[in-house]
Design a protein around this ligand. Structure first.
Ligand code: CU
Length: 287
């Protein structure tokens, strides 16, 4: 199946097929409520940037993630991970549309939702992507490729998140997910968020960063945004990458999102300060 139609429709179709319908978009005040599936906000982010689409399968929209070799790793041993994105014709895709300064975002998380990594592989001219990858501990790890490519038939932009599981042999002791909390520590920063994630209703979510008890109001842009939010559903590792409003709101980073279902999610909020990227993680119980 090739996703067709406008971006919103493509997102909706994918959401229905994949059962993961978070509306990933900033929602200007005039944006209609997303509870009506025909009005899930588009991905314009106030016209500034494209975001990323939810998804969690090896193939979607006619495109397939094809690893160069079986994704088996030794714990803690770095090796290159190479893959191609195949189009409907079975050939490697070489045209990607940059989103947030990169042609492809590569997200890694273990099945127990620990060990998050956000990496950026390099693509060779033949469409082979490669990244040095270390999976530090035994277990099953999900590798997500998150990108936008033009539909070869229509030229329309197709946002996709294709994934594959990698294995690390050894004794796997899953970590229990931390209980839901609104505060998290990140490299000496304290991060809090306001707002409540709800199922099938777009809500604002505002993240504030503190250092030494004082608000940090001069966050720096990282990959063309003041923050990046990856949300992964516990149970099926459904994936969402959300971007915030273009400008800080009183020094805070404001997102809009809607969960596709009740349940437990893990949010990974990335921000930059002092030239370094930091990450705060939150468990969220969506009612
Ligand atoms: Cu990225």
């Amino acid at each position: 199946m090739v996703l067709k139609g406008p971006f919103v429709a493509a997102g909706l179709v994918a959401a229905l097929l994949l059962g993961f319908g978070i509306a990933r978009a900033t929602a200007p005040a005039a944006t209609p409520a997303a509870s009506d599936p025909t009005t899930i906000p588009s991905h314009s982010h106030g016209g500034a940037t494209l975001g990323d689409l939810g998804g969690f399968s090896l193939s979607a929209g006619g495109f397939t993630l094809a690893p160069a070799a079986p994704p088996t790793f030794e714990a803690g041993v770095q090796r290159p991970f190479a893959f191609r994105i195949l189009g409907v014709d079975g050939k490697a895709v070489t045209k990607f549309i940059p989103t947030h300064d990169k042609l492809l975002h590569f997200i890694v998380v273990k099945h127990d939702l620990s060990g998050f990594q956000h990496l950026h592989p390099e693509m060779a001219a033949d469409g082979t992507w490669s990244i040095p990858l270390t999976l530090p501990s035994p277990g099953i790890w999900r590798l997500y490729t998150d990108f936008v490519t033009p539909d070869p038939a229509t030229g329309q932009q197709v946002p996709l998140a294709l994934s594959i599981d990698a294995t690390v042999a050894g004794a796997y002791t899953p970590l229990a997910l931390a209980p839901a909390a609104r505060t998290a520590e990140a490299d000496g920063f304290t991060v809090t968020y306001e707002g409540t994630v709800k199922a099938n209703a777009t809500q604002p979510l505002t993240f504030r960063v503190f250092f030494g008890g004082s608000p940090v109001t001069d966050l720096e842009k990282y990959l063309a945004a003041y923050g990046h939010l990856v949300v992964i559903r516990d149970g099926d590792l459904g994936y969402l990458h959300v971007h915030p409003e273009d400008q800080l709101v009183g020094g805070a980073v404001k997102f809009w999102l809607s969960a596709p279902s009740p349940g437990r999610y893990r949010m990974f909020f990335e921000f930059q300060k002092g030239g370094a990227v930091h990450r705060a993680e939150f468990t969220v119980d969506v009612q």
